[in-house]
Design a protein around this ligand. Structure first.
Ligand code: OGA
Ligand code: NI
Length: 346
């Protein structure tokens, strides 16, 4: 089997035999996660088979019946709306550069997710696992762990975001379990590697873009995500997220009520020796309305060494990546995206 580098930088397996199909997807698969709670392994294996199909061919899927209460999601969107509506100076008091560990507010145009573009048209608020600054692992370095930061005068913000974060940690563990089955590993393979995961959550605000649009200045430029996978909630009924298929067509991934969008990130692609695809995506909000979204980037413990998994490597598929720790990988990618982070690291 050959690996083909397309013009868009996405790698695809070219079908030269029985080993793999190249599917040019035109829509994002929808997966019912309910049977993952079944005590019958046959039910769980069925979910895993659907996941495997989605992850090897598309890298994106909708997750239905995920078990996260809708009121938790709604409360977080409500908190996001109230935060972004506060005066700019208030938001700047928790600017992300004041944090040693990448927490807080990112204003419009400060990120540049696609390095060939001119800056992203979104605002962000970032949090992660809340770990005290005097924690041994934090003091030892090689981690982005540390304390969260919160706006001082915004009631009912920290609570809903923290609750949402905790729900994602639990849901993500179950997704890892399903991925382990999909990769024909022990169901608990990932569990010891996500005891204190490097997982960040953002609430994002995308103002509407009107008139002629410069492709180099959109809500979020074309990129792949850095961690193992991303669980995304899209607010309202706004169609803005797009996913690139192998032919170079942008496929729309509109919100489906009650479903998350989940996509594979680069760490999982590396770990699976590119069996699972980390697919380029972008956001353009041309709806005329304000858009909010909540991505949760599930990583593994920062010290985890990402070595291509044994059953993803054989004579036909030699290991494509050098082992790297999750921290080395993610901090390198952050430095490409965030100007403030580069300045601090150098
Ligand atoms: C991201 C991302 C999509 C969205 O933050 O990496 O792709 O809908 N977000 O906000
Ligand atoms: Ni993304």
């Amino acid at each position: 089997m050959n690996i083909v580098q397309t013009g868009n930088g996405i790698r695809n397996f070219k079908d030269t035999g029985l080993a793999a199909r190249k599917v040019d997807f035109t829509e994002i698969p929808q997966i019912d996660f309910g049977p993952m709670s079944s005590n019958d392994i046959a039910d769980r294996l069925r979910v895993a088979a659907e996941l495997k199909d989605a992850c090897t061919n598309v890298g994106f899927f909708y997750l239905k019946n995920h078990g996260v209460p809708q009121h938790v999601i709604d409360a977080t969107f409500d908190a996001a709306r109230r935060f972004f509506a506060t005066p700019f100076e208030e938001k700047m008091r928790v600017h992300i550069s004041h944090s040693k560990n990448h927490r807080g507010y990112g204003p419009l145009l400060e990120e540049n997710t696609d390095p060939t573009a001119k800056g992203d048209l979104h605002e962000a608020f970032d949090l992660s696992l809340d770990i005290p600054a005097d924690d041994a692992e934090v003091l030892a370095g090689h981690t982005l762990h540390g304390p969260n930061v919160w706006p001082e005068d915004l009631p009912n913000f920290r609570e809903p975001l923290t609750r949402y974060y905790d729900e994602m940690i639990l849901l993500g563990r179950r997704i890892f379990q399903a991925f382990a089955l999909a990769l024909e590993l022990d169901e608990n393979f990932f569990a010891p590697k996500i005891t204190r995961p490097g997982s960040s959550m953002r609430v994002l605000y995308y103002p509407p873009q009107e008139g002629a649009i410069d492709e180099k200045q959109i809500g979020i430029g074309a990129h792949s995500d850095y961690e193992c996978f991303t669980i995304l909630a899209q607010g309202g009924d706004i169609e803005a997220l797009q996913v690139l298929n192998a032919s170079g067509d942008w496929i729309s991934a509109p919100p489906i009520p009650g479903a998350f969008v989940v996509n594979i990130g680069d760490q999982m692609a590396r770990w699976s020796n590119d069996l699972f695809k980390s697919t380029l995506h972008r956001v353009i909000n041309r709806s005329g309305r304000e858009r909010y979204s909540i991505p949760f980037f599930y990583g593994c413990d920062y010290a985890t060494v990402l070595t291509p998994l044994p059953n993803c490597v054989d004579d036909e598929h030699p290991a494509k990546y050098e082992p790297v720790t999750a921290y080395e990988y993610v901090s390198g990618r952050f430095a490409e995206t965030y100007g403030y982070f580069r300045k601090e690291e150098s």
